[in-house]
Design a binder for this molecule. Structure first.
Ligand code: PLP
Length: 457
């Protein structure tokens, strides 16, 4: 067995053994990991005993906080009863049946069928395959292209990573590897023209989308995918009227509309789902993260009965739906998700997000006055501060990410974990937060900005 000479501590063992996701490996070797040992409510503790407010809810996902014993109990009971069973070849078990029913009940009308996966990436890969299968079955084999947006995030597997519109997820991975066109990112602050209003910006992007539909040929375009509010690319709410315009185009040209609700779903924006916040009706929806507060790996896609009927006929022709995962609908993950959703309902956590939206968003906007902050933005209980070198001209720091890394260090020192996306500092606290927690998060962010500014000056 290989024993690293560095393995004399947990940190050294980590450095010697692991390639971390979304991490600069050489910097990690130098700086080492922050090893998180335990959690309680909205806080986590590292192995040095330091506590942090988890201002990103882990990875935008731990709605009920880090110490929900009811979820542990349900997982234990389910493991004793039926720790695993699959859903291939007509097998089923109660937790996945009940969760599918629950999701259909909770989501907007017209999403009538559920398919379970382990991750959001797999769910979006499944959507690509499902849509291709559907269009082949409809006798429309040319209708295969996807439209997505620059800075959108839909995962990292081969198909979902192709839909993602972030260079770091493409470069040297040979992505995109499926036919996809990325449209302009609907972020007014960065991509609006001088003097252009939000409404004019939205209209321009809708016109751009229509031009791309016509240039490619609507008979070759299968679907448009987007996050209602673009999250992992930098927390960018859409300009007003954008989604209505995109939805109308999709209907006009027979293009499926996919709402990727992996972050926005289950109350993050103060409405049950993000498409409800922005007033559009998807044909397909991706959910994950807050569905189970990330206590277990679980995601799902929901789609219309119209798609289901065509797909079901084709499975009859081919004698199977040749797609699925060993853990699709895993009984422990689905049982924990059901309990998680029950807790969210009992405590009205989605309502909590709606009630605290004004406090959180106005507090963020107040921090927007800081000289380092170019834009403060967000909706519901998700937001970001974009740091810039020059507030008046919006000039970014060069290189992008250097100041974000300093802010991350200062955030840790101040006891606050957020996510630096380049120089955009994202906050997405657990949905169990209260007013006092928000005040504390914003105070720690203010300290972070002060200390970062002192180091950047
Ligand atoms: N879609 C969106 C909108 C996401 O934010 C993410 C992850 O952050 C994914 C898909 C991918 O999910 P996963 O990391 O579970 O593969």
């Amino acid at each position: 067995m290989f024993v690293s000479p560095l393995s004399n501590s947990l940190a050294a063992a980590d450095i010697a053994s692991t390639l971390h996701p979304n991490t600069n490996a050489r910097l990690h070797e130098k700086n080492g990991p922050v090893i998180i040992e335990r959690g309680d409510g909205i806080r986590v503790w590292d192995t040095n005993g330091k506590d942090y407010i988890e201002g990103l809810a882990g990875l935008w996902s731990v709605a009920v906080g880090f110490s929900e014993k009811r979820l542990a109990d349900v997982a234990y009971q389910q493991m004793l009863k039926l720790p695993y069973y699959h859903t291939f070849a007509s097998k089923a078990h109660e937790p996945s049946i009940r969760l599918a029913e629950k999701l259909i009940e909770m989501t907007p009308a017209g999403l009538d069928r559920v398919f379970f996966t382990n991750s959001g990436s797999e769910a979006n890969d499944t959507i690509v395959k499902l849509v291709w299968y559907y269009n082949n079955a409809r006798g429309l084999p040319k209708k295969k292209k996807f439209l997505a947006r620059n800075k959108g995030y839909h995962g990292i597997t081969v198909a979902s990573g192709s839909l993602t519109g972030l260079p770091v997820n493409h470069k040297d991975f040979d992505l995109p590897a499926i036919p996809v066109r990325h449209l302009t990112c609907p972020h007014h602050y960065r991509f609006g023209l001088p003097g252009e209003s939000e409404a004019e910006f939205a209209a321009r992007l809708v016109a751009e989308a229509e031009a791309v539909f016509l240039e490619e040929g609507p008979d070759t375009i299968a679907a448009f995918i987007g996050e209602p509010l673009m999250a992992a690319g930098g927390v960018m709410p859409p300009p007003e009227g954008y989604w209505q315009g995109i939805e109308a185009l999709c209907r006009k040209y027979d293009i499926l509309l996919v709402s990727d609700e992996v972050i926005c779903g289950f109350g993050r924006l103060g409405t049950p789902f993000g498409c409800q916040k922005y007033g559009f009706k998807p044909d397909i929806m991706t959910v994950s993260k807050q569905i189970v507060s990330s206590y277990m790996p679980l995601a799902a896609l929901l789609f219309s009965d119209e798609i289901y009927q065509v797909v079901a006929d084709n499975t009859n022709k081919l004698n199977s739906f040749g797609h699925g995962f060993t853990a699709s609908g895993h009984p422990v993950a689905t049982a924990v998700a059901l309990e998680n959703l029950a807790i969210m309902e009992e405590r009205d956590l989605m309502g909590n997000a709606a009630r605290l939206e004004a406090t959180f968003q106005s507090g963020l906007r107040r921090l927007g006055a800081h000289p380092l902050v170019g834009e403060a933005r967000g909706a519901g209980l998700i937001g970001a501060l974009e740091l810039v070198a020059d507030k008046a001209t919006k000039r970014p720091f060069d290189p992008i990410g250097r100041v974000g890394a300093i802010a991350t260090e200062e955030g840790h020192a101040a006891g606050l974990i957020f996510r630096a996306i380049g120089d955009q500092l994202a906050l997405c606290p657990p949905l169990i937060v209260n007013e006092a927690d928000i005040t504390e998060i914003l105070a720690r962010m203010e300290t972070t900005l002060e200390r970062t500014a002192a180091r950047v000056a």
